[in-house]
Design a protein around this ligand. Structure first.
Ligand SMILES: *Cc1c(COP(=O)(O)O)cnc(C)c1O
Length: 415
């Protein structure tokens, strides 16, 4: 746990992230803060120690990472944990037996698995709902949950949940409102400003941003919650390793700069996909026809770089698309500098049975991209080639007809 000793409030979060901990080393006057791997710290006398005694409980390197994340999210403090899932486990420790957790039907698969398993063994109760459906707000008031879980945008359809509306319900009924902000990062969305009580992240994704650390965080809006989550993090022994914390801190120094390129590349790709004949649907909150567009415009400060889309021709088209794709690695995860393509049907959502996948709108033709920070012309050329392969494989009769019509129209205009 780390409490904030806030610098001048006028300093931009960009500057704070870049300069976190600079000049902290008074011994050698190193510009960048050192890494403290030591598991233990000297006591002055029996029972008398300084700020630190044992690294599971607190560590200077991890504290600096936690302070930086808390500043970015506008929280009063944070814990840094060993993974996103351990951060989620810590947040849900605030529930007691009998308490009800309301969680989105399409929440992260690992969260779904944990919530269901804990509910089955009676740790707490869980009910999965559709938070994007306005009627579910009224249902929540009636069910009187102890905790409301938000994940926006959701995976893989990037559905948007109205954070302010849900936080207001939570406040009215005395529930704790938790937002998983992994998909956007604090650069693009700060749920605490809309009334959430806790923010969790898989720092594995955008915050570290280089796909080389698994980690997590819980950020608290107030001191009481911070104390509780710090207590559980220490008691459960899920605090993040100093080396991982160091790399995550290093990653966060470039978070704002990376996010700009992620977003610029993603918007170009959304446009490219939206124009493609073989793409039947593009899911991205920047699109005016996206059902959550207006809410996203209100609560987000950026559109994010996760994009999903559906290919006509389903599996045949998908196989042709990913075959030989050069700049998008066929892999799970997201938020790193490198572009990725995921096939939810066989990868991230394979543990759901087939009817459940179909009910959730996850068909065989759905693909999700995590758009990286490579040169956009390389990504676009790669996608154009992959879409052409998919189109050839799918037969492309309708697309060809549409294209012929467009070309004919263009020829008429040119004359
Ligand atoms: C990856 C992810 C998690 C889990 O984080 P790990 O670091 O893999 O444990 C939780 N929520 C979301 C939205 C994620 O994308």
């Amino acid at each position: 746990m780390s409490k904030l000793n806030r610098p001048r409030p006028s300093t931009s979060p960009v500057t704070r992230a870049v300069r976190a901990g600079l000049g902290a080393d008074s011994t050698h006057r190193a510009v960048m803060p050192p890494i403290h791997l030591s598991t233990n710290f000297f006591f002055d006398a029996p029972g008398v120690c300084g700020t630190y005694d044992y690294t599971r409980t607190a560590n200077p390197t991890r504290d600096l990472a936690a302070e930086t994340i808390a500043e970015l999210e506008g929280g009063c403090g944070a814990v840094v944990t060993s993974s996103g899932m351990s951060a989620i486990a810590v947040a849900t420790r605030l529930l007691s037996a009998g308490d009800l957790l309301l969680a989105p039907r399409d929440c992260y698969g690992g969260s779904y698995r944990l919530f269901s398993a804990e509910s089955n063994r009676g740790t707490y109760r869980v009910r999965f709902i559709s938070p994007w459906d306005p009627e579910s707000l009224e249902l929540a008031r009636q069910l009187r949950p102890r905790m409301i879980w938000i994940e926006t945008p959701s995976n893989p359809h990037l559905r948007i949940t109205d954070i302010a509306a849900w936080a207001a319900v939570a406040r009215d009924i005395g529930a704790i409102c938790v937002a998983d902000n992994t998909f956007l990062s604090p650069v693009n969305q700060r749920p605490l400003e809309f009334g959430a009580d806790l923010v969790v992240h898989s720092t594995t994704k955008f915050l570290n941003g280089h796909s080389d650390v698994v980690g997590g965080t819980v950020v608290a809006a107030d001191e009481d919650l911070l104390e509780e989550i710090a207590w559980w993090t220490n008691a459960m022994g899920v605090s993040g390793a100093p080396f991982d914390s160091y790399l995550t801190l290093r990653g966060m120094r470039t978070l704002h700069a990376r996010s700009r390129v992620h977003e610029a590349n993603a918007l170009r790709i959304v446009d490219l996909l939206d124009r493609s004949d073989i793409v039947t649907r593009v899911h991205h909150p920047s699109l005016p026809n996206h059902p959550g567009h207006d809410i996203a415009r209100r609560q987000q400060t950026g559109w994010g770089s996760l994009v999903s889309f559906e290919l006509r021709g389903a599996r045949v088209a998908v196989d042709a698309f990913v075959d030989g794709i050069e700049h998008f690695a066929l892999a799970e995860s997201l938020g790193g500098v490198e572009s990725l393509v995921t096939h939810p049907w066989t990868m991230t959502h394979a543990s759901m049975d087939e009817p459940a996948r179909l009910a959730a709108g996850i068909g065989e033709g759905l693909l999700r991209l995590s758009v990286g920070i490579e040169a956009s012309e390389d990504l676009e050329a790669d996608l154009n080639r992959a879409l052409a392969r998919a189109q050839a494989a799918a037969g492309a009769t309708r697309g060809a007809a549409a294209r012929t019509a467009r070309e004919a129209a263009a020829a008429v205009t040119a004359q």
